[in-house]
Design a protein around this ligand. Sequence first.
Ligand code: OXD
Ligand code: MN
Length: 592
Amino acid sequence: MTSNYHLKNWINETAAMTSPDRIVWIDGSAEQKKELEEQAVKTGELIRLNQEKYPGCFLHRTAVNDVARVEGRTFICTRKKEDAGNINNWIDPEECYARLKKIFRGSMRGRTMYVIPYSMGPVGSEFSKIGIELTDSIYVVLNMLIMTRAGKKVLDMLGDSPDFIKGLHSKAELDENNRYICHFPEDNTIWSVNSGYGGNVLLGKKCFALRIASYLGRKEGWMAEHMLILGIQYPDGEIKYIAAAFPSACGKTNLAMLVPPDFLRKKGYRIYCVGDDIAWLRIGKDGRLWAVNPENGFFGVAPGTNEKTNPNALATTVRNTIFTNVALNTDDNTVWWEGLDDCPPEHCIDWRGNEWHYENYRKDDKTTCAAHPNSRFTAPMENCPCLTADHETTEGFPISAIVFGGRRAKTAPLVYQSFNWQHGTFVGSILASETTAAASGQVGVVRRDPMAMRPFVGYNMGDYFAHWLEMGKKIPCPPPIFNVNWFRTDENGHFIWPGFGDNLRVILWILERAAGNAEAVRTPVGYVPAEGGIDLTGLKLKNDDVAKLLEIDRDAWLKDAENIGEFYDMIGDRMPHELYDELDALKKRLSE
Ligand code: OXD
Ligand code: MN
């Protein structure tokens, strides 16, 4: 398949270590994909679903100890510990290679090693980067064929170049005590072993497109961010794009595919999804910031997805989709998950592969769910009804606004605009979410998740912030930076803002503000919409409620500022002083 000497050498070395019975190159053809699906069905790795209702769809169950990303087992292996920083786990690269070689040795005996050449970004775009993943998992191959552009065309593009990210994955024994997700940014290398869960093993996604890419972006003057990309079409046909970062459990995929409220749709507003998880951002020739979604598929959380929360995601997952750890409805061989509808199937096999009965289900106990709370769909982007028409563009999309958002009950207002790029970087750096009861048993515990990148920055967090500040100086026309919070609650703990499609009302204010057309009021934390700034047509909310949503509780913010200071101190001595200055300035404004 290739004459690339660097690639052949590396494959030979890896095969000598892992001892696969055979090596199979993934060419990207429909025939090969079909053969692999047949094989996986035969071994039980995939279950074929009802092909009338779900053509080309399969169900996979992971090991019960292997259902999510494992931050505690994820490492950034730079030669100097301080280059990985205090937020990342670190192992010395030499020691890590030595430790993992022992685990990889012979791990593919009796198995096939698949070679997956893939491109993050459209093949041939100057925005794109090439990776090769070696894996002993058919499930990984079939997921990568959905999530990336993969196959022979990528090898042709690579030619004899050594410029590719080397990803090695083996399921090995799925031993959680020897599970490692290791990144060697200085060697363009990723080694992942003893897991079969997507986020740990689809190496193009979090490992490459965020951790390694963020490191490369700093070196090369661009940014890899945990952001969705959304296009908003105005009635006159103009489309504007935003990039938005949210920690998990904040409805990122829902926002990326939102359905406009009726009155806006009737006026002619449309939404186009460009990406739901990752954005690579570069300075365009016109001096603006341009974004590319490096992925080609969605790896979305299934529970909670339904006709109301995200009809576009549902429509995306009815063909050529792999479901992982959802429940199997044995009446008609279809899938089900909590929150899909109010009618759990009569006969159902849960995500563990056991019989499941509704009477044993307790809403407040996640362990009784039929589908795992982190069960997923892997679906091709081309299925998405609101996918951008320019999905294969090699140029990217000009960004009119950057949006950060977390889940905060009381502090963050519904929306505010930062004063400038440096303050916007500060706003991103203090991003946080409060845990819900369901997630951890403890309500309201604040987890700081800067730019929603806490688990994904492939180097020192202080250097990452410095890179943001640096980029602000380099971008001739930087987009303004905003913060949103859909999750503010009233005295009774109920959400005040309706969320979902209605979030477009807030995005329209953001875009108007970015264009210099919307009034705002200056507060200690930033600019909030002037009265009447957010269109409430058809909502039960009154301007009074909006005032509540935009209120700044100075005491709560001052308390939060203490927590921010502690978090900054934890990052250590590479924290840029500009952000401490911003924190001081915030405290001062709050105390005035
Ligand atoms: C994801 C995540 O799976 O952010 O996208 O955890
Ligand atoms: Mn994500």
